[in-house]
Design a protein. Structure first.
Length: 127
């Protein structure tokens, strides 16, 4: 059984954010196209990183990541840096534009399996 986890530092144009996560490949998942894309999707980035604190100092981000790593007996993917050539505000803006479209698609499936995802997307709109 795979842990499928790691500590992930998101490096944007203006900041760093650090999280522990599983299934980080979901950052490229699109509810609209129903598959993974080549690039990270802004709504997924906000879902994963939106509640994390930020720093503008790479050394602090690395120290936070290292400290976090000590809490987990298994980190299948260790500590990784994910880079995106956008500011955090650009990501938020794009997520707020994309969220209603994803909500519409999920609601059209009309089977209740996506209620949790819809709630998360609605939270983005409140940011």
């Amino acid at each position: 059984m795979s842990a499928d986890n790691g500590i992930y530092i998101l490096k944007t144009k203006d900041q760093y954010r650090v999280i522990h996560a599983q299934a980080i490949d979901n950052l490229s998942w699109s509810h609209i196209k129903r598959n993974s894309q080549r690039e990270m999707i802004s709504t997924r980035i906000v879902e994963y990183y939106g509640n994390s604190r930020y720093t503008r100092d790479v050394e602090i981000a690395q120290k936070v990541a290292f400290a976090m790593s000590k809490r987990y007996p298994v980190l299948e993917y260790g500590i990784s840096i994910l880079r995106i050539n956008k500011t955090w505000n650009q990501i938020i803006k794009e997520a707020k534009e994309l969220a209603p479209k994803e909500i519409e698609v999920l609601k059209s499936r009309n089977d209740g399996r996506w209620d949790w995802d819809i709630e998360r997307l609605e939270e983005i709109l409140k940011m």
